[in-house]
Design a protein around this ligand. Structure first.
Ligand SMILES: C[S@@+](CC[C@H](N)C(=O)[O-])C[C@H]1O[C@@H](n2cnc3c(N)ncnc32)[C@H](O)[C@@H]1O
Length: 383
């Protein structure tokens, strides 16, 4: 009940109080005018004054309360401000402490660690950059060397081509073939080799004998040289009937048959120092002696890597003193080794001496042991 009354009065209290005061004043005035009771008028007036006083006091109290609340609110705001300032001060103090630590720490503290890490990173990148520059420089060097080598090789190849062309032109000028001549190079010997062989053929003794292992263009050109010199003859051993026939036809085309004979010699096994080789049928070369020039250009490598090795050991007894053995395709490892073995081993009282290189052919000269004239007899075989 009391609460309901208080709630009702609430904020209406000053108005109701003032209305009550006015009503009391009016009642006091009416009581005086009516002369009913002076005492009642006085009490009523006093009640009105009391009500006014209460309203005034209430208003003052409420204003004071408001002010107190405002002051409290402001105090809280100031307190919050102070808290913020204090927090900022704490952060600053902590930063200052860190800076002090960093200044005191010879390694630079946390800041130093960051700066150190960045320095390390920069150093690593610098090293990487230096490495990649070195790598690039190496690659450039390799490219440069490759280009230089390429130019060098191209220049050597072009010089070799010039020499071959020059030798070819010499051959045509010297022998003046009037019909097609089998090509040189590739399977056939190169022009430089043929030019040297023809030159040797033209300087052979009257009854000079040339034996060739593997027939072809070389047979034709050496036959040209025999005709030009007016002496000498060529015996070519050929294991393949087809190539033998081709060479015979070329010889016939140039009317050279009397200067060169192609003998078909099947390949048969020969054992030399416990190694077996396939080489030309003995019946086709056993009658030969006094050989002045032996051109070893067969059997082909497809027969075996050392297919040409037996030529010197088997024909050594038939080589004339001072004869020349020409081993072709010396640029190949197998042939280079065969030449070296012949030089080192000798055969049947015959030793070989290096006579130099012409193109891809190695020339070796024959030296017979003194008093050994087995190959010098006048039993030179007919082809
Ligand atoms: C290097 S060739 C001999 C070439 C010959 N001395 C010359 O200079 O013309 C060795 C052997 O290869 C074979 N031959 C010749 N001409 C050939 C060709 N065009 N293709 C494949 N083999 C060939 C023959 O059996 C010959 O005996």
């Amino acid at each position: 009940m009391l609460r309901a009354v208080r709630s009702f009065l609430g904020s209406r209290w000053p108005v109701l109080g003032m209305l009550g005061a006015v009503a009391a004043a009016l009642f006091a005035v009416w009581a005086l005018i009516d002369e009913s009771s002076v005492t009642l008028a006085a009490i009523t007036a006093l009640l009105g004054l009391t009500l006014v006083s209460l309203v005034m006091v209430g208003r003052i109290a409420r204003a004071a309360e408001h002010r107190a609340k405002a002051v409290e609110h402001r105090a809280k705001a100031v307190e919050a401000q102070l808290e913020k300032v204090e927090s900022a001060n704490r952060t600053q103090a902590s930063s200052l402490e860190q800076i002090k630590q960093a200044q005191a720490d010879p390694n630079g503290g946390p800041l130093g660690a960051i700066v150190g890490a960045q320095r390390l990173d920069a150093a690593v990148r610098h090293d990487e950059l230096v490495d990649s520059i070195a790598e690039l420089s190496k690659k450039l060097d390799t490219v440069h060397k490759g280009v230089t080598t390429g130019f060098h090789d191209a220049s050597i190849a072009s010089e070799a081509q010039m020499s071959e062309l020059s030798a070819l032109s010499n051959l045509y000028t010297i022998f003046e073939p009037s019909d097609e001549v089998p090509v040189l190079g590739g399977f056939a010997a190169t022009p430089q080799t043929i030019l040297r062989l023809t030159s040797l053929v033209m300087h052979l003794p009257e009854d000079g004998l040339v034996v060739e292992c593997g027939s072809g263009s070389s047979t034709v050109w050496m036959a040209f040289a025999c005709r030009r010199a007016g002496h000498g003859r060529v015996v070519a051993l050929e294991h393949d009937e087809r190539y033998a026939e081709q060479t015979r036809q070329a010889l016939a085309r140039h009317r050279l048959a009397e200067f060169a004979a192609v003998r078909v010699a099947e390949l048969e096994p020969f054992t030399l120092d416990e190694t077996t080789f396939d080489w030309y049928d003995r019946k086709q070369w056993d009658d030969l002696s006094g050989i002045d020039l032996l051109f070893v250009d067969g059997p082909p490598g497809s027969i075996g890597p050392r297919s040409r090795y037996p030529a010197f050991p088997l024909l050594a007894p038939a080589l004339a003193d001072g004869a020349v053995v020409a081993l072709d395709d010396i640029h190949r490892d197998a042939e280079a080794r065969i030449g070296a073995d012949w030089l080192a081993e000798g055969a049947d009282g015959v030793s070989l001496h290096d006579g130099g290189m012409i193109g891809r052919t190695r020339l070796l000269t024959v030296n017979r042991a003194e008093g050994d004239d087995r190959a010098e007899g006048d039993d030179r075989a007919e082809s």
